[in-house]
Design a protein around this ligand. Structure first.
Ligand code: PLP
Length: 411
């Protein structure tokens, strides 16, 4: 079930204060989810979530994560700069890049961030760009298919990320010879997963591998990083991940491999993005056009440039019409944007209440991989972002782009 925490008065008041379209984020919801995650892993030694910056890269939101003892997961120069801007440093930053640009690696080392190496060749790159730190993280790719029960959840064998186990046998001793004392293990094997057994299963794989590699190499296993991938209920018929059950499942795996967590020294880290902020964002739009040809189309004042997931993945985003939550959903619409691209549709054949021009149309679950995936195709501009604060106020945390922004890079 998508998040219906905010009443329509909140969207209506926001739309009186700021021109649509904009993304609205719920500060209280974001903090509550972080606290729930921390509670689910309160049994774990040194648990820390590193919020994946790419999901919602606004410093006003990133700063909230200080209050709940989270760090940030970055994977580019600008994301490192955002983390600095939001006041994060040292081991509160995780840096994971693929095809690692050397100068970004050096930047991460200057900040004393934890570096997550994606390839064997990154050892030499790190050595030459800031040096090998005492603790270094390594990304694992088990290959083949990743399954839960009978379901194939991901195809690591087709994924560009991580090291093979054989490469770990070669690389970890080299890291040790170059001065590393401890290592962490990271893997991201399934995306947007609603199955409560994903994290426990992944944890079991990484705990076993970590224990084996520790024994073989003499490097100390410092932590396991379970990365991102926990999904959210985009559809009304889906139920939220039971994060307490997920935490308990990981605890059982921990106990199986390392014994009593209370005496444990292997830390647990996570890099959730979608789960943390996804349900706490909405794209607020007005219906500006209706067109009836072979189908009935409602045009809104946002487009795929503001939320790409439906166009890119055919992703479902729930939509509701303000003031009509209890009206019968007896009209079938395609809800579209204004791009010259037929995939610019927020919904296809969606049953909704009858929509009038001027209605406030709210698109749900845009708090992760929403604004951040925006682009400027067709000369369309990125929207504003507004924070609905925990005291019930509204704060503009990013203004909408103007044509001047669009032309600013021309030479
Ligand atoms: C994208 C990403 C995440 C976050 O993924 P979600 O699906 O949003 O949880 C975490 N870690 C890494 C390395 C990523 O690339």
């Amino acid at each position: 079930m998508p998040n219906f925490r905010l009443p329509d008065e909140v969207f209506e008041e926001a739309a009186r204060r700021f021109p649509t379209p904009f993304h609205l984020y719920d500060e209280q919801g974001i903090l509550d989810t972080a606290k729930k995650l921390n509670a689910a892993f309160s049994w774990a030694p040194h648990f820390q979530e590193y919020f994946a910056v790419k999901a919602l890269p606004n410093p006003a939101v990133l700063k909230l994560y200080h209050q709940v003892h989270c760090g940030l997961d970055c994977s580019s120069e600008c994301e490192l700069l955002l983390a600095e801007m939001a006041g994060f440093s040292g081991e509160d930053i995780m840096f994971s890049a693929n095809a690692m640009p050397p100068e970004e690696l050096a930047h991460a080392r200057r900040l004393n961030a934890i570096v997550n190496l994606d390839d064997l060749s990154d050892i030499d790159l790190l050595s030459a760009n800031g040096g090998i730190p005492e603790t270094v993280c390594v990304r694992y790719n088990p290959g083949g298919s990743f399954t839960l029960g009978n379901a194939i959840m991901g195809e690591p064998g087709e994924s560009k990320y991580g090291w093979t186990k054989e490469q770990m046998r070669e690389g970890l001793p080299r890291l040790k010879a170059l001065g590393a004392k401890k290592f962490g293990l990271h893997a991201f094997l399934a995306s947007s997963t609603m199955d409560n057994s994903y994290y426990p299963r992944l944890a079991g794989i990484l705990f076993d591998l970590g224990a084996e590699m520790e024994k073989e190499t003499g490097l100390q296993l410092a932590f396991i990083n379970l990365s991102g991938g926990i999904g959210i209920p985009y559809r009304p018929e889906e139920t939220e991940t039971d994060i307490l059950q997920v935490g308990e499942g990981v605890r059982q795996e921990y106990a199986r491999v390392f014994g009593d967590p209370a005496k444990g020294r292997v830390g647990i880290k996570a890099e959730l993005g979608r789960y943390m902020t996804g349900p706490h964002g909405w794209l607020v739009t007005h219906a500006v056009h209706e067109k009836k040809i072979y189908k009935d189309y409602i045009g809104v004042d946002a487009c795929a440039a503001n939320l790409m997931r439906p166009a890119m993945y055919g992703a479902y985003h729930h939509i509701h019409v303000c003031g009509k939550r209890n009206a019968p959903a007896d009209h079938m619409y395609d809800v579209t944007g204004c791009l010259c691209e037929n995939n610019d549709k927020f919904a296809i054949d969606r049953m909704l209440p009858e929509i009038q021009i001027g209605d406030l149309v709210v698109i749900h679950d845009t708090g992760a991989h929403g604004f951040s995936m925006g682009y400027q195709y067709n000369g369309r501009l990125r929207s504003a972002e507004v924070l609905y604060t925990k005291d019930g106020d509204f704060r503009l945390i990013r203004r909408a782009e103007t044509p001047e922004d669009y032309f600013a890079t021309l030479v």
